[in-house]
Structures are given as structure tokens and as C-alpha cells.
Design a protein around this ligand. Sequence first.
Ligand code: 3SL
Length: 241
Amino acid sequence: MNRRKRIEVCFTPGEYDYFKGNFEIVVVIDVLRATSAICAAFDNGIKSIIPVPTVEEAMEYKAKGFLVGAERKGQIVEGFDFGNSPFSYMNPDFKGKEVVLSTTNGTKSIDVAKDAEMLVIGSFLNLEALCEWLEKQNKNVLCLCSGWQDKFNLEDTICGGAITDYLLATGKFTSVEDSSISAKYLYLSAKNNYFGFLKSSSHRSRLKKLNLNEDIKYCLTPNQTRVIPILKDGKLVQLQE
Ligand code: 3SL
């Protein structure tokens, strides 16, 4: 008998331990902006990204001569080459390069889940390609939302809900956790206007105050790329099918 696989949503990296070990694939999501920036980077020809959870580790790479980006609370950390805007990767100088990246929540989630059998990067930018690929894998899937400093956030949850909704509709998956069911319903409420739905969300307001409205619009525009970044030996590279 062909049993259905699970698709579940974990709201924050702080809750990951409760889900850990039951899923062969973990999809790390940080819509605003880390995983969107990572997808944009691969779409623009970057070779690899070394994600690091702390600014101290990022500094060590910088001292060794690596090209290093670091963001905290939405801003570029002083002394680093770039931050977390997807637009920074559209610079042709990044093509074919390896970079190091540390962000407030996104690279922390990657670190928390780095021992998963497969860790891939999800965002609205690569939503369709990712869902199609996940459907074909016949594996249990966990969407790990990065949230904000271990608190729930709306944008990652609706992206996890979009993946859940797609996979449940195939009939090959099931969800048993209330987090996954609520993520799906939040997605269904948001899907006709992500930007409007997130109007008063905390991180949208935070980024708006930093004049990053164009970043928000870009990150909330689905299906701009078919790249699927995957973690291999501590580095994010583009999945080759
Ligand atoms: O938390 C993160 O990893 C970042 O994406 C936050 S920000 O959008 O750069 O502020």
C-alpha cells in the first residue's frame, strides 16, 4: 500500500526540536528576506553561499578574505560587504562567486536544521518549482519558518501554507499538526493579495521604516525563478536534477 507522506509546518526554529527526525526534507523559509535573497542570488548565477549563524563566524570568514554579507535587524552590519537585500545579488560581480552570509533569523534556521537528510530553501520566488520538486520526491516534508527571533511571523507561515496547500491537493500528502492546518488557512486568506494581507505585519513595518518597500514587493512576488538551493557539506548550492 502506498501510504501518504506528511507535509507539516513548524512556525519557528525554537520549535524545531519537536519536529526533528521525522522528516527527510526540511524546507527553510524566510520570506523577508533571507531565503528570497538566497533564491535571487542563485537565479543571478552565484556559485555557492556559506550560511553562518553568528556575526563572529562571518567576521572570521571576512578576515580570511571571503566576500561576506551580514544583516542584523534589517540593516547591513558595519564592516561587511553587503546585507540581505535580493537586489544586492543582481550585481554581475557576484556571478560565479562563493559568498558567506549571516542574517538575523534565516541563517539561524539553516543552522538549526543543518543535519536534516535534505535541506532546501523556499520562498515565494521559487514556490512553483519547489512544490513540483517536493511532489516528486515521495518523502516527508517539514516547512521550517524562520519567524522573528523565535517568534511566529505571518509571511513565512503563509509561504509554508502555500506549500502545504499544493502538496495536500496532490492527494499524496497528509498533515496532522494544527500548525500546518492553520498555515494552509492563512495562505488561503492571503493568496489573492499577499502585500495587502501583510499590511500590518511586524516585519513588513520594520522593513518599511528602513525604506525597503521595494524589497518587500519583490519578495512577495511568486514564481520569479526555478532555482532550488540545497545545503551540501555546509554550503548552499543550486540543486541539479
Ligand atoms: O531574519 C533574517 O534572516 C532576515 O531576512 C531579516 S531582514 O529581512 O534582512 O531584516
